[in-house]
Write a protein that binds this ligand. Structure first.
Ligand code: NAD
Length: 499
C-alpha cells in the first residue's frame, strides 16, 4: 500500500509519528494509501523552517511572486486531467466535476497573478502642513490553511494562492481523507519557482490542528470545514491571538416562485441538490416552492429527472451524474437522517437508502432521495445532511419562504427562481445569507469577488479569495511623514553647533 508523506522544505518527507489513517477510494471502498498524522514536533519544525524561508520570500518584490503564480497556473492547466483524477479517486466525484474543482481553484491563482495591484497601499499628499501619509500592506509571516475533504484542489488553492502571493509562508493541513492533491500541488508550485519551505504541507488530524492553533509563530488561520470545528478553531485561534477566518457548514434554500420557469427550476434543483452527491457547501438541500400548485408541479417535474440520475464510479465508461459519498460512516449517517425524516412525518418521495451498484457493492453510494412536506422542526431539515437528499418545504407565501430561509442557523448560499425582477431584488436585499443566486442555483462568486457565508456558516471577518483574501493575509502599516523645510535652501558651510 502506498505510504503518503508530508511535503517539507521542498521535498516529500516520511511521517515519524507512527500514526496513520487510511485514504479510501469511496467508489470501490478500497484502502488506497495511508497518510501520516503529524506530531506536534513535526509541525513545530515545519513552522520554524517556514519562518526562515518567509523572510526572503516576503522581501521578494510582488511582481516576482506573481510570476510564480503565472507559472503555477500554467502548470495546473498542463496537469488538469491528472489533478482531476487525483481529486476523483480520493473524493469520488465524477471526472468532469473533478476538473471543475481544479478549475475553480485555478481561477483564484489567476487573480493572484495580479497580486501587486492588490498589495498597493494608499497615499495622501499634504494630509497636514508638509505632512504626507501612506499605508502599506505587509505579509503576516507564517500562516496556516486547514481544509475539508469536499474540494481537494479548490479550497487548498483558495488558501495558498493569496497567502503566498502576499508574501507569507503557509502551513497547509489538507483533509486526511483527500491529501494527495495538496501534495501534488506543492510539487507543482515548487516547479513554478516557489522557494523551498514557503509552502509546507503537513498531514494530520486534530493533534496537528491543535499544534497549529497553539504555535506562537503562526499568525493567522484560514479554515474551511464543518460548523462545530469552524467555531472551535475560531475560538482557540482567537484566544491565542491569531487572526482567524473559519468557514463552516450550510443548509442552502432555493425559493421557487409561482411565476418561475418550472422546468428550469427543476433542472437547477437536480444539479444543485445531487451534484457531487450533495457534498458541496453550496449544494441546494431545501426547495421552498411558494403555493401548493407550485409545490405539486415541482414534485411532478423532479420525479422523472431524479429517476434518470446515474450514480456510479468516476471511472465509469458511461456518463455518471454523481458518485459515492466520502466514507461508509457518511453513508450510514445520511441513511439514518433519511430514516429520521420518515419517522418524523415527512413524505419520502424517492428513497436512496440501501442503494447498491453492481460490481461496486463495497462503494459508499447513496441513491437520490426526495422528501416532500418537510417542516422546520425535523432533523432532516435542521441538520446539514451533506448527501444526495433534497427536502421540499412548502410555503404559502413569499414572506413565509423568506422567513424560513432567514430563520435557518446557516447562511452560506441561497437562490430564488422567479420571473419578477422586483421579487428578486427584494430577496437579494433582505435575505441574511452571504451568497445569493437569482435564477442561478449555486451562486459561488467568481474569483475576483469574494466567497463567504453569514450566520453559522462563517466565523471571523473577511471572505475567502478576491480582495478580502489580501486583506486577511496582510497587515496594514500606516506612515505619517514630515520632512522639515530648510535643507533645500542651500548647503551650510560653516562648522557650528547644532542649535
Ligand atoms: P471537518 O470539519 O470534519 O474537517 C475539516 C478540517 O478540520 C480537516 O482538515 C480535518 O482534519 C480538521 N478537523 C476535523 N475534526 C477536527 C477536530 N476535532 N479538531 C481539529 N481539527 C479537526 O469537515 P469535512 O467533513 O472535511 O468537510 C465538510 C464540511 O465542510 C461541511 O460541513 C461543509 O459544508 C463544509 N464546507 C464549508 C465550506 C465553506 O466555504 N463554507 C466549503 C466547503 C466545505
Amino acid at each position: 500500500m502506498q505510504e503518503l508523506t508530508h511535503f517539507i522544505d521542498g521535498a516529500h518527507v516520511k511521517g515519524t509519528s507512527g500514526r496513520f489513517t487510511n485514504v479510501m477510494n469511496p467508489a470501490t471502498g478500497e484502502v488506497i494509501a495511508k497518510v501520516p498524522l503529524a506530531t506536534v514536533d513535526e509541525l513545530n519544525h515545519a513552522v520554524e523552517r517556514a519562518a526562515e524561508a518567509q523572510v526572503k520570500w516576503g522581501a521578494t518584490n510582488p511582481q516576482r511572486r506573481a510570476r510564480v503564480m503565472m507559472k503555477f497556473g500554467a502548470l495546473i492547466n498542463e496537469h488538469m486531467d491528472e489533478l482531476a483524477e487525483l481529486v476523483s479517486k480520493e473524493h469520488g466525484k465524477t471526472l468532469p466535476d473533478g476538473r471543475g474543482d481544479v478549475q475553480r481553484g485555478l481561477e483564484v491563482v489567476e487573480v493572484c497573478m495580479g497580486a501587486p495591484h492588490m498589495l498597493k497601499g494608499e497615499y495622501m499628499n499634504d494630509g497636514g502642513p508638509g505632512i504626507d501619509l501612506y499605508s502599506m500592506r505587509q505579509p503576516l509571516g507564517v500562516v496556516a490553511g486547514i481544509t475539508p475533504f469536499n474540494f481537494p484542489a479548490m479550497i487548498p488553492l483558495w488558501k495558498m494562492a493569496p497567502a503566498l502571493a502576499a508574501g507569507n509562508a503557509m502551513i497547509l493541513k489538507p483533509s486526511e481523507r483527500c491529501p494527495s492533491t495538496s501534495l501534488r500541488l506543492a510539487e507543482l508550485i515548487k516547479e513554478a519557482g516557489l522557494p523551498d519551505g514557503v509552502l509546507q504541507v503537513v498531514n494530520g488530524d486534530k493533534e496537528v490542528v491543535d499544534a497549529i492553533l497553539d504555535n506562537e509563530t503562526v499568525q493567522a488561520v484560514g479554515f474551511v470545514g464543518s460548523t462545530p470545528i469552524a467555531q472551535y478553531i475560531y475560538g482557540r485561534a482567537a484566544t491565542n491571538g491569531k487572526r482567524a477566518q473559519c468557514f463552516g457548514g450550510a443548509k442552502n434554500h432555493m425559493i421557487i416562485m409561482p411565476d418561475a420557469d418550472m422546468d428550469k427550476a427543476a433542472d437547477a434543483l437536480v444539479g444543485a441538490g445531487f451534484g457531487a452527491a450533495g457534498e458541496r457547501c453550496m449544494a441546494i438541500s431545501v426547495a421552498v416552492p411558494v403555493g401548493e400548485k407550485t409545490a405539486d408541479t415541482l414534485i411532478e417535474k423532479l420525479i422523472p429527472r431524479i429517476e434518470k440520475l446515474k450514480v456510479g464510479p468516476y471511472t465509469s465508461e458511461d456518463e455518471v451524474d454523481y458518485g459515492p459519498v466520502i466514507t461508509a460512516a457518511a453513508k450510514e449517517r445520511i441513511e439514518g437522517l433519511i430514516s429520521s425524516g420518515v419517522e418524523q412525518g415527512a413524505t419520502l418521495v424517492k428513497d436512496g437508502r440501501g442503494f447498491s451498484l453492481q460490481g461496486y457493492e463495497e462503494g459508499f453510494y447513496v441513491g437520490p432521495t426526495l422528501f416532500d412536506n418537510v417542516t422546520a422542526d425535523m432533523d432532516i431539515y435542521k441538520e446539514e445532511v451533506f448527501g444526495p437528499v433534497l427536502s421540499q418545504v412548502r410555503a404559502e407565501t413569499y414572506e413565509e419562504a423568506l422567513k424560513l430561509t432567514m430563520d435557518n442557523q446557516y447562511g452560506n448560499g441561497t437562490s430564488i427562481f422567479t420571473a419578477d425582477g422586483d421579487t428578486a431584488r427584494d430577496f437579494a436585499n433582505r435575505v441574511n445569507v452571504g451568497m445569493v443566486g437569482i435564477n442561478f442555483p449555486i451562486p459561488v462568486p467568481l474569483s475576483y469577488f469574494t466567497f463567504g457565508g453569514w450566520k453559522k456558516s462563517a466565523f471571523g471577518d473577511l471572505n475567502q479569495y478576491g480582495p478580502d483574501a489580501f486583506r486577511f493575509y496582510t497587515k496594514t502599516k500606516t506612515v505619517t511623514a514630515r520632512w522639515f523645510s530648510g535643507i533645500k535652501e542651500g548647503g551650510e558651510f560653516n562648522f557650528k553647533a547644532m542649535d
